[in-house]
Each structure stands twice: as structure tokens, then as C-alpha cells.
Design a protein around this ligand. Structure first.
Ligand code: SF4
Length: 757
């Protein structure tokens, strides 16, 4: 018998989301539910909890043992060739075998660095992040072909076919969250016995883990209603509810904004009423012989001005992978512009554009600052309207809010004047992200962006001059874009690399909500539907002019290579700052200027790529080596080809490209057996280096000698051989396998057989 006086609600953020800061949706829902009478609401960030447990010594020890059993690298010995379909397995097995020893013991320290004061030491931070990435590679190898990174989670299943998605929720070999939820989350749920669990599914990468958890809850707590909502389900929720077998994982889905529907759902469940009246809900009616999905009428969204301050209580704010918590806060919802032809955000977030007043925003921000002891904020907005660009900074300054914040922004030349930008900086703004998209006016017109490259640059320059770091979102492969146009975008960005600090480049995708999907004729494209993909959201297309999708993927690589050469934040492993949400911002918030940070990045790149010509060297501690029967470097190269990348679920869309595996197999071929050595330096920017057997012998000789000068003195080489030895040692240095010693390399004059080195 259910105790109806007690109505516990658990709101869960399932893996996988960024691990550096909390998400906003659940704290907004908790605050709203509690303000309206549902007082027993618990928040669980199951994503950061999973990262924290996976990146722990005992878990990684288990993964290492599991990899040795599931992916033994010696299984490849004696094979005539390495087939394309085995390359990923070979790579994962080899990397795990060489990197696993010692890794579990280093991971706790890496977490301490990222969460503590040493976060601000450039080298310590990059090394620690390298360790965390290595830890996740080991977790992934233990669940091969699954790949978990700080930014994504994909399995060997497509996200756009319900049969595969549901199968993935049951696959204990590949799905690390089955064991994780059973061990770390389910016992807490069983103890509390919530009556309603809400799963927040913002990204496609959360779909399988969310349904995995939903299935476990439905199995173990049959009286608990499991609902789900969030941005990703606004796209595919209706299809999900029609998919056979989905009722084993869910009871309902809330569409668009969650506050009103979730409250109505909780109240109806608590009172034992029918769910017919709960707006914006699609639910499974289990009262008949067969389960049927019932679609309710939509509900109006809440008045944002009246919505309560988000309540982050209960979230593990010390567990995020950052030294200080950066709180998200939504200044508005929807987009006041809403016309860009590729953009689906205004539709997905819910009907209409709503904002809060500057006064209300500052009231709530100050309350959050006081309650959680942080002055760091990520303002969640698709774009700040011109009025708020002046009102909000003014209010923050007048009330001496003393906060630091970053947010997305739309190019509004009248608002981001030199004075406007200065006011934003004074109010605490340290980073702005603008939708630049492309340097081609023709394409901007087709996108209906309502802006020109010149205006965007002017706005960016004003912000940069005021001390605000500027990021551009850019796009490659918009229908009809040519290679020359994409190259012009790269050139434009590179020309302005002192104004624009970061570029978030993405390839264009068509989803079912965008205008490009509904009016393909306007863009000269033909949409290709895949009838076998019942959860299909993203579609392939053929373009009459401009780059094909495949060519756009190749162009993406070319553009990224150009950006990595010219943007200090993208060079070498500095890119790790760009990749972790808010990590670069934390430096800016501390007072580092964008110029000073760029200099530090340049210095790091120089230091790891450009040793002094007369430096002496020694092998770094902890270098591990592994002999392998095929070329690791060639396998990595082939797997990086756009054709090979299309075989895995796509980073953005989670879907497989039809026929990609056979195309890749045909084009990329096999690898012949070749004895090679993988050398692994755990603290290096590039952790894996392939050596020929001769290269390994040199490395070992260098290690035995203690220094390059000692080795050369012992070998007594000819000048030419000595030159080759020095050049090879410089290569080892760039791979992080040797370090510079104090003192200079002694000149070498006598002769030795060149083959010796
Ligand atoms: S791209 Fe930005 S400005 Fe354009 S509609 Fe989307 S959110 Fe609004």
C-alpha cells in the first residue's frame, strides 16, 4: 500500500553531460515544484556521479583487468592483415595495454588538481586533464566499442532506431551504466522509494543511459512513475512514445518547458487522479489490455518573471571537475530573433520568447551568490536582446553585484558599441559567444542571419577591446557552400585571431525541426529519409551545388587544422581548455586577460615543440612501451578519415551513416603486419608515439646512458650520425618521451659508425 501523505520526487540528470558544472533544468524544476507545494524534491546529478566513480582508482583497476580479458592485444599476433573493421579494436586494445599500468594510481591526484588551486597552473592542469582523458579511454576500452569522453557517450548502437536503443539498455558488456546504476544509484532509490522520477534528457548522448535507468526503476519500483523531458526529447519524444517496448523504460514524456506539466503530473499522481488533464504530457495508459500512448493538450509555459530562483540544493557542487562552481542561470528563454533557417532552438525550447527584467535577474543572481558562495555564472540565453544588453549590466553595476559571467549573444551592432562593451566588462562579463557562422554574405542571407561579417567583426572588436574574450560559432557545409567559401571563412577567422580567441566549428546537420528540412527547395537540396530509423531526427541530403556532406566533413578537418595553427588556445594540448565548459572562463574570471592567456598557451606550445638547439635530454620517467604486430600510427590515421568516422555513431547526431562501414572498408583497405612499438608517456601532450624497433633501441640506449650527452660520449659518433641522433631526440622530445636537462649538449667530434644511432 502506497503512503499517499508522503510524495518523494527524484529529479535525475542522467549521464552523459559535461562534468565541469551543474545543469540548470532540474534546479529550476525543484524550485518551482517546492514553491507550489511539492516539498520533497531531491536532485541527483547521475552524470557527474558516474564520472567521479569511473575516474577512481578501484574502478579503473577493474577496467584494466576487464580490458586484459576482453581486449587482449596479443589476439592480433600472427594475423595476415589488420582488416578495417578490427582497427578500432586494435587501437583500443593497444592504448589500454600500454597506458593502464599506473593510471588508476594517478587519477585521484588528477581530480584533486582539477578541483583545487593547482587548476590555475597551466602544466599541472593539462597533465591532470590528460590523465582524466586516459582514464575515460580505459573505461571505454573495458566496454568496447563504447566510447565515453568528457563530451560524449556512444555505443555500438545507433541512437535513431528504437530497437537498437532498447537493446543497448540491456547490454551489460557495452553499457557501463547498467552496473553503475545498479551499484551506485538504485540502492538510494530503493531506500527512499520516490513516487515520481523525472529524467532530464537534454542531449542525444543521454538517451540510452536515461532509458537504462528508467528500465531499472520500472523493474524495481513498479509503483514509481518515470517521466522524462528536456531538449532532446522535444525533438524525438513523440517518436519515442510510439516505439514498441518503450513502456518498459518510461511512463510518460513532458514536452517543452517542464515546470507546469511536472507540477500537474506530481499533483495528479499524488491525488490518484487520471493524467488526462496534465498539459504537454504524453503518457502510457496501462488500464486496458494493451498499453497505449495518450497525447494530452499542450500547456502554456510559466511567466518567467514570476519563476522562483533555481534551487541547486542537494547537487554535489564539490564533485564537478572545476575548482569553483559556475552556476547556470537563465536570463530568458527562447530567442527574440528566431529567424535563422538552420536553427531549431526557438521551437524546441517552447512557444514564444520570454525574458526576466534586469532587476529580477540581479535579485536572483545575488540570492544565488549568497546561498552558494560563488560569484561565477553562466547566463543561459540563446541570445541576449538589445534592451537587456544595456539594462542588465547597468543594474549589475549599480547594485555592485561583483560577479563574473559568460553567455551566448547575437550580433547587435547598436548594443555592442565601444561604450556598451565597456559597460558589459565592468558588470563582470568576461566571455561572449557570437553566431558568426560564415564569412560569405551570400550564405548569411540564405541562413537569414540578419548580419554581415563586417558587423560581426566590429561587435567582436569592441568586446575584445573592452577585455571580453570573444568566441565565434562557425559552420561548414551549409547547403550550396563551396570549398572556396569555406576556405574564405578560415582565412577570415585566422586574419582576426587577435580579436576572436576561440572558434566553435561544426558541420551543418539537417534536423526535422529546421526550415532547411521543411523547405529543402529553398536551399537546393533533396532530403534523404531513412525508413528504417524510427527515431530519426537528423537526415542526410544531396545538394545540387556546393560541397557534398562527405566533402564538408573533409573541409571540417582542413579548417580545424588551419585554426589549430593560428589560434593559441587551439594549439597543442591547450585545446583542452576550450573543450571543458567554463575552464578558460575561470582564468578570465580570476583576472587573466585574453592576451595573457594566449601568451601562456603560445609559451606552452613553444616549450613542448621547440627545444633549445643545444639542449641536453634524458628520457622522462614512467615511459612504457609495447610491441605490436601492426602499425598503430597507420591505424589511427585511417580511423581519423571522415569515411571511417562515419562508421561510429556521429558525435553530434548519434546516428550511423548508412553503408559507411562498407564504403570505409573499400576505400581504406587493410594494414599489413609490421613490427612496431608504442611508447607511452603518461604526462605528455601526445600520449602515444609509434617507434620502429630501431627507435626503441635508441630510446633504451638513451635511458641507460642517462643523458644524450652521455650517450654521444659513449658512442663517439661521426658528426653526421650525431646530428641524426640529436634530430631524432628532438622528435622524441616533441612526443614527450624525453625532457630537457639543465646544461648544454657537449660538442661531439670523434667518429662512430652511423648505423649505431
Ligand atoms: S541561431 Fe541564435 S539568433 Fe538565430 S534563431 Fe537560433 S538562437 Fe536565435
Amino acid at each position: 500500500m502506497i503512503d499517499t501523505k508522503n510524495f518523494p520526487i527524484d529529479l535525475v540528470f542522467p549521464p552523459q553531460g559535461h562534468f565541469t558544472q551543474p545543469y540548470l533544468a532540474l534546479p529550476c524544476l525543484k524550485a518551482f515544484l517546492e514553491e507550489n507545494g511539492q516539498r520533497d524534491v531531491r536532485l541527483i546529478d547521475a552524470s557527474v556521479e558516474a564520472y567521479d566513480r569511473f575516474l577512481s582508482e578501484p574502478y579503473l583497476e577493474r577496467c584494466a583487468a576487464r580490458v586484459a580479458e576482453r581486449l587482449p592485444v596479443d589476439a592480433f599476433e600472427g594475423a595476415d592483415a589488420l582488416a578495417f573493421e578490427d582497427m578500432e579494436r586494435f587501437r583500443a586494445a593497444a592504448e589500454a595495454a600500454v597506458a593502464a599500468p599506473g593510471l588508476p594510481q594517478r587519477v585521484e591526484e588528477a581530480k584533486r588538481v582539477v578541483r583545487g588551486e593547482r587548476f590555475y597552473e597551466h602544466e599541472a592542469y593539462l597533465e591532470a586533464m590528460g590523465t582524466l582523458y586516459a582514464g575515460l579511454r580505459l573505461v571505454s576500452a573495458a566496454h568496447f566499442p563504447t566510447v565515453l569522453t568528457p563530451h560524449n557517450f556512444t555505443m555500438g548502437y545507433a541512437n535513431d532506431r528504437s530497437e537498437q536503443v532498447l537493446a543497448a539498455t540491456l547490454d551489460e558488456e557495452q553499457n557501463p551504466f547498467v552496473e553503475h546504476f545498479e551499484t551506485a544509484l538504485l540502492p538510494r532509490l530503493l531506500e527512499r522509494r520516490p513516487r515520481l522520477v523525472g529524467l532530464s534528457v537534454i542531449y542525444g548522448s543521454q538517451l540510452i543511459p536515461a532509458l537504462t535507468l528508467g528500465r531499472l526503476i520500472k523493474r524495481h519500483l513498479p509503483d514509481c512513475h518515470v517521466t522524462a523531458g528536456g531538449g532532446f526529447l522535444a525533438y524525438i519524444g513523440a517518436k519515442l512514445m510510439r516505439a514498441p517496448g518503450m513502456d518498459a523504460c518510461l511512463d510518460s514524456i513532458v514536452f517543452h518547458e517542464g515546470e507546469g506539466p511536472l507540477l500537474a503530473l506530481a499533483n495528479a499522481l499524488e491525488a490518484g487522479r487520471s493524467l488526462d488533464e496534465v498539459g504537454s504530457l504524453t503518457w502510457f495508459d496501462r488500464s486496458g489490455d494493451a498499453v497505449s500512448a495518450v497525447v494530452n493538450e499542450p500547456q502554456h509555459p510559466v511567466r518567467l518573471e514570476g519563476a522562483p530562483v533555481p534551487n541547486f540544493d542537494g547537487l554535489p557542487l564539490d564533485t564537478y571537475f572545476s575548482p569553483s562552481v559556475v552556476l547556470p542561470y537563465d536570463v530568458n528563454r527562447g530567442c527574440y530573433y528566431g529567424a535563422c533557417t538552420f536553427c531549431t532552438l526557438p521551437t524546441v525550447i517552447g512557444p514564444g520568447y520570454r525574458t526576466r527584467s534586469a532587476e529580477r535577474i540581479v535579485d536572483q543572481v545575488l540570492e544565488l551568490k549568497e546561498r552558494y558562495g560563488t560569484n561565477l555564472f553562466n547566463f543561459i540565453t540563446d541570445c541576449m536582446p538589445p534592451g537587456l544588453i544595456s539594462d542588465l549590466p547597468q543594474e549589475l553595476i549599480e547594485r555592485d553585484a561583483d560577479i563574473r559571467y559568460w553567455c551566448d549573444a547575437r550580433v547587435e551592432p547598436k548594443a555592442y558599441t565601444p561604450e556598451g562593451a565597456q559597460r558589459l566588462y565592468e558588470s563582470g562579463c568576461r566571455k561572449l559567444l557570437f553566431g558568426f557562422e560564415t564569412a560569405t554574405p551570400r550564405l548569411l542571407k540564405l541562413m537569414k542571419k540578419g548580419q554581415s561579417p563586417r558587423a560581426t567583426l566590429e561587435v567582436a572588436t569592441n568586446c575584445s577591446n573592452a577585455g571580453i574574450s570573444v568566441t565565434f560559432y562557425a559552420m561548414v557545409g551549409f547547403p550550396t557552400e563551396t570549398r572556396d567559401e569555406a576556405r574564405a571563412t578560415t582565412a577570415f577567422l585566422i586574419d582576426n585571431a587577435d580579436v576572436v580567441r576561440e572558434v566553435s566549428l561544426q558541420t551543418f546537420h539537417i534536423d526535422e525541426v529546421a526550415r532547411t528540412y521543411h523547405h529543402p527547395e529553398e536551399f537546393g537540396i533533396t532530403i534523404i529519409d531513412d525508413p528504417t530509423a524510427d527515431l530519426q531526427l537528423y537526415h542526410d541530403y544531396e545538394s545540387a551545388t556546393g560541397m557534398s556532406q562527405g566533402e564538408a566533413a573533409e573541409m571540417f578537418d582542413e579548417m580545424m587544422a588551419g585554426l589549430r595553427q593560428h589560434f593559441p588556445l587551439f594549439s597543442a594540448d591547450n585545446v583542452l581548455y576550450f573543450m571543458q565548459k567554463s575552464h578558460y572562463f575561470l582564468h578570465l574570471a580570476r583576472g587573466t586577460t585574453p592576451d595573457a592567456f594566449a601568451d601562456t598557451c603560445r609559451e606552452r606550445t613553444r616549450a613542448i615543440t621547440d627545444p633549445p638547439a643545444d639542449a641536453d635530454f634524458a628520457v622522462v620517467d614512467e615511459v612504457a612501451t609495447l610491441e605490436v604486430p601492426f602499425s598503430y600510427a597507420r591505424a589511427v590515421e585511417k580511423l581519423a578519415d571522415p569515411l571511417a568516422r562515419a562508421v561510429r555513431p556521429d558525435f553530434m547526431t548519434g546516428r550511423f551513416v548508412e553503408g559507411a562501414a562498407s564504403r570505409a572498408r573499400e576505400a581504406l583497405g587493410t594494414l599489413p603486419p609490421t613490427r612496431r612499438v608504442i611508447a607511452h608517456a603518461p604526462r605528455a601532450a601526445a600520449p602515444f608515439t609509434e617507434l620502429a624497433p630501431d627507435g626503441l633501441r635508441f630510446l633504451e640506449a638513451l635511458r641507460d646512458a642517462g643523458s644524450l650527452s652521455a650517450l654521444l660520449a659513449a658512442l663517439d659518433p661521426t658528426p653526421a650520425a650525431a646530428e641524426r641522433a640529436v634530430a631524432f631526440t628532438h622528435r622524441l622530445y616533441r612526443s614527450g618521451l624525453v625532457r630537457v636537462l639543465p646544461g648544454r649538449l657537449a660538442p661531439v667530434t670523434a667518429s662512430v659508425r652511423p648505423a649505431t644511432v
